[in-house]
Design a protein around this ligand. Sequence first.
Ligand SMILES: [Zn+2]
Length: 484
Amino acid sequence: MRALKWAGLGLAALSAVCVVRAATVSPPTFAPGPAPALPRFDEAAVAQALSHAVAVPTVSRRTGGEAAAFEQLHATLLADVPRVQQTLSRERIGEHALLLRWAGRDASAPPILLTAHLDVVPVEPDTLGEWTHPPFSGAIADGFVWGRGAIDDKTAVVTILAAIEALLQAGHVPACDVWLALGDDEEVGGRGGAMAIAATLRDRGVRPRFVLDEGGAVVDGVLPGVTRPVALVGIAEKGAASLELTVVAEGGHSSMPPRGGAIARLAAAVVRLDESPMPASLRGPAAAMIDRLTPELGFAARLALANRWLLGPAVTRVLSSHPASNAIVRTTTAPTIFAAGSADNVLAAHARAVVNFRILPGETVQDVIDHAVHVIDDDAVTVRCLDHCWDPSPVSPDAGEGWDDIAAAIAWTWPDALVSPSLVVGATDARHYAGISDRVYRFLPIRLDDVDRKRLHGTDERIAVADVGRAVAFYAALLTATTR
Ligand SMILES: [Zn+2]
């Protein structure tokens, strides 16, 4: 009886602590300072420049794109920014990547590096008829620029160039060097472009004080209950591993089959992997995002999220139940290829599957291989990493130089938006720059709603002309504030 009473008291105290924690979580205080004066630029002209760039079909070459298109894009881009063409030094890296340098007043000051990519994903031939405007027309209609690459990532390429052009016209000379790295193969891994550019810069001893690439954006409805738009700035990205599973067995006629043929063994292995994912845990960049957004939520959600020391497993379980939030709390498992057999009455002598994992920071490619071998637990199944396996990126700080500069430029451009660190679940060129800078950030300065987010890599990719202007304003503000 006495023990029960004490337990009751303990529980009451515990709930009191939880309630107090939930009631007192407060947003971090960050004061961006007054916005700098922006150089003048012509939004309609920049939208035209984007239209010109979209009209050049620079499909990644490993997926069938042509070299001539990249040459044409270089010329097209530069024709729209004559001062950039005259002032910045420019070199080609690898096949068609470009590295531009805007020389600063002090060549010894740590530079900044902005990066974007010139290539785009192909258009699925059977979706061609569904486009409102042909994907490589660069049509400007109804207040939008339409076409493949209008968001990913020619908006970044064109608006960065436009911001530098406007600053040049205003007579701005940056305090430090500004590098602009334009990769030509981001959508197929970035080895020829970004990786080669990073190696070039490393060899020259260039260590940017921060790097900014695409990744996050200003999005609505990040979490149920968060009513303000949130500017998600990626401080890390997941790694990836495509594991190939193969089973070799004796073939033969299917009339007297042995138990556990190649297909059955392989199917069992894939099902085991699918049913036993790597464990979920809310930590690192995802935890930083949840911490940032918690003060915005209703009391019940705050109660849970501010008391993860006690309610962590329940919170993780809820996050794991939706694909989007599951992706930020665990290494995900996605069987993507399954191939075996050739005739309905012949035993398959060979079966092959590929399972694609996206790896959470804190885990490695080797951890994924070990996990797979352990879970499959069948010596007949050979597990091997395909070519494209890489560890997660390091995690950049969500405070201090670079971060504060980007957060301030966001606050000046979208005054109603929250700024939050985030984990990028896809891959970007940014990961290749981890070797030359400790501060690598991923943010494309555009506002994306649910509808437009689906158009990325899909049908009817487009961007509002007004959003093109805001992207120029963001880069101009960032460059002014960091190089004055
Ligand atoms: Zn991209």
